[in-house]
Design a protein around this ligand. Sequence first.
Ligand code: AP5
Length: 270
Amino acid sequence: MQIDRTAWFKGEGFSQCEPTESPRKGPYRLILLGPPGVGKGTQAQLLYEALGSCQLSTGDLFRAAQCQFGPSPALKSAVAAMWRGELVSDTLVVSMVRERAGCLRCRGGFLLDGFPRTVAQAIALDALLDDQGAVLDAVLGYELPLDEIVNRLSGRRTCDGCRAVYHISARPPRVESVCDQCGGRLVQREDDRPDSIRVRMRAYEERTRPLMDYYQERGKLLTIPARGTPAEILERSLNSLGDRRAPGQSQAEPQGAVGRRWLGQLSAVT
Ligand code: AP5
């Protein structure tokens, strides 16, 4: 049986997937952390191919939920918040992840992309992992200068069928606006407009960046420079995971200093 990439969207009880053989020793249970547009989704696809662990993206979950027939009022307001670039409420996010908590004990491991995003969510995840008897291996914390992030976001195109991610210059499709994988139409995400990007960056600085310190203090954070090609960043990620077995690996710059520098640059580049 193959991995059912849509099982995560459907919730507990629907998953019929069987993890593939991992080419590396595993399973790996990882969080991908970093600002919007740093390349977490791109790396998740590549890490999935390298490690066999499933990408579990809360952003994809909300984008899929909006297509459901008759979404609940809570879900409607969550999707509206998402398009404005704001974070969805912790209560709703945690309840949607809790409904899918079975995916956390998958024997193929997992790549959490976009969750947790606040300290409250991280505390909730710790409890869910305890309940499932699963242990987090590491948090891959991706860092990139703000102007490069804005460039990645504004050139991003996403398949409206299979959700594959492209970039108009860095990762163009073979045929303009057509997905290489499924022939679907490539579209620009609603929240990749400049005003939404600005809101998302502020939400990241204020609510998500503190997680870098949260996981640093718990000895889980591996800081990965996100410059270069996706393949180079993948190599860096895999090397960091390899080094993970040696103690004292993370050399992160204090996050408060990085955040202040970012907020100073924000109005100049968006
Ligand atoms: P989500 O979907 O998680 O979006 P995000 O975190 O803002 O991240 P992105 O998907 O924008 O970027 P990415 O880092 O995955 O970059 P990508 O690989 O696409 O969340 C969306 C919204 O949902 C949130 O704003 C919020 O409202 C809500 N939400 C989700 N989870 C939530 C939670 N837990 N709590 C509350 N609210 C939540 O790459 C970007 C572009 O760069 C692409 O075009 C790609 O091709 C290109 N690229 C990638 N790598 C490279 C490279 N090395 N060189 C050149 N180009 C590259």
